[in-house]
Design a protein around this ligand. Structure first.
Ligand code: TRP
Length: 340
């Protein structure tokens, strides 16, 4: 057994927010840098930019490439290291489309119609009909994962059904098409849920999300962070400074829990409950704690913003590495399928 490979990805939606950071990026970087006792890396890591997946839900792509570059700069700022982790776009590695087509033969449309994540999307986006491509979303995702023989797929809760479909496709492929020399072509990848996943939105809604307009961006300056946190929803029953507050229902306290050190967190909690700490001061502390964590990211992002050519090249190099792996896998697939 070689080193286990982690494969994960995101759809390029432009600049990322804090929820992406605590829910995914931070964990990606941790896995990327994890070392074994002998100093070798515990995992190989590959990170994919799912620009085809964007097309499954909207035909009017905002500038997909610009969104890709914006997202990639946030990845790099957060510590994704392209020397260790190839980063690449789906659309630039033709094998994604090829394997997607072959995988489409291995799964029924009724199985895909049962996908709960799809049902949710149809409901949330108020869609009255479904494209063939959208129905096939998890099949494309299976191709993303299996082209690189990913063993572990760090994802959020909503993506678990897609990894389950990936496993079924891998199993079915291996059963029908054993490789004459090596046996199973594909591993059955395991989903891995990120521990600290979601951050609530500034408006107190369950999730930070670009479409809800309730986010703090990784690229927000301390002034911007402060402005946003100042407007965040708190305990609505705490009206005046000396009113006792309830941290457990407060959006700002939920951020404190993630970004403020334990000792200080305790005194914030006590201050809020007793009424001694007013929301204005509490929000200032919260914004400062968030910005302290974002400061190194901001600095790194500025470095890349001043060197866009470098960012473009990082992507091109990642795509060369990805193509090498992908074409090797497709070779095995064609042999196993006796396509000649
Ligand atoms: N569907 C994932 C999401 O919306 C993005 C994605 C595409 C992905 N291909 C992937 C994630 C492969 C993990 C592995 O978040």
């Amino acid at each position: 057994m070689g080193t286990l490979r982690i494969l994960s990805g995101m759809r390029p939606t432009g600049k990322l927010h804090l929820g992406h950071y605590t829910g995914a990026l931070e964990n990606w970087v941790h896995q990327q840098n994890l070392l074994a006792e002998d100093g070798s890396r515990v995992y190989e890591t590959c990170f994919l930019i799912a620009d085809y997946h964007i097309l499954t839900t909207s035909l009017e792509t905002a500038d997909a490439y610009q969104h890709t570059i914006d997202m990639l700069m946030d990845w790099l700022a957060a510590g994704v290291d392209p020397e260790k982790s190839p980063v690449f776009r789906q659309s630039q590695v033709k094998e994604h489309a090829e394997l997607f087509l072959l995988f489409a033969m291995l799964i029924t449309s009724s199985r895909l119609e049962r996908n709960p994540t799809l049902k949710e999307q149809v409901r949330d986006l108020n869609m009255d009909s479904l494209t063939y491509g959208h129905l096939g979303y998890p099949v494309l995702q299976a191709a993303d994962i299996l082209l690189y023989k990913g063993n572990i797929v760090p994802v959020g809760e909503d993506q678990i059904p897609h990894v389950e479909i990936t496993r079924e496709i891998a199993r079915k492929f291996n059963f029908h098409y054993p490789h004459p020399e090596t046996g199973n072509v594909f591993p059955e990848p395991e989903p891995k849920i990120t521990k600290f996943s979601r951050l609530v939105g500034l408006d107190g809604k369950a999730k930070m999300s670009k479409s809800l307009g309730n986010t703090i961006l990784l690229s927000d300056t301390p002034e911007e962070v402060l402005k946003k946190v100042r407007n965040a929803v708190t305990d609505t029953l705490k009206v005046r400074r000396n009113d006792p507050g309830r941290p457990e229902v407060c959006t700002v306290f939920s951020y404190h829990k993630r970004f403020t050190a334990q000792g200080e967190l305790d005194s914030i909690e006590t201050g809020c409950r007793s009424g001694a700490l007013g929301c204005v001061d509490c929000k200032k502390l919260c914004a400062a704690a968030i910005s302290a964590e974002l400061e190194p990211l901001l600095e790194k992002r500025r470095y890349y913003e001043d060197r866009i050519e470098l960012v473009r090249n990082i992507l091109l190099e990642g795509e060369i590495k990805a193509r090498t792996i992908a074409s090797q896998t497709m070779q095995e697939v064609r042999t196993a399928m006796k396509l000649g």
